[in-house]
Design a protein around this ligand. Structure first.
Ligand SMILES: [Zn+2]
Length: 83
């Protein structure tokens, strides 16, 4: 029910913060592609998510490339409502 914090590896409390994003990976085929077209590989969409507990979040213990606004606040109640 409650996720693990990816920073301190402790079980989150009643509240935690989640970052989620998906990246479509593109690759450039070198052979027979003299125009250098970018060919999107439809299946290579990677979903990346990260969970930090509330205390790590407030200490700023998340990657510097992310800001607090990139995270969504989640609570146990949110999870219960989904199920
Ligand atoms: Zn933590």
């Amino acid at each position: 029910m409650r996720p693990l914090c990816q920073f301190c590896e402790g079980i989150c409390g009643v509240m935690w913060f989640e970052f989620k994003n998906s990246f479509a990976l593109k690759k450039i085929m070198q052979k027979d592609n003299k125009q250098g077209r970018i060919i999107a590989d439809g299946d290579s969409c990677t979903e990346y998510s990260m969970v930090v507990c509330a205390s790590c979040f407030y200490e700023g213990s998340y990657p510097l490339i992310l800001s607090g606004d990139d995270f969504v606040k989640k609570t146990v109640i949110d999870v219960l409502n989904v199920e």
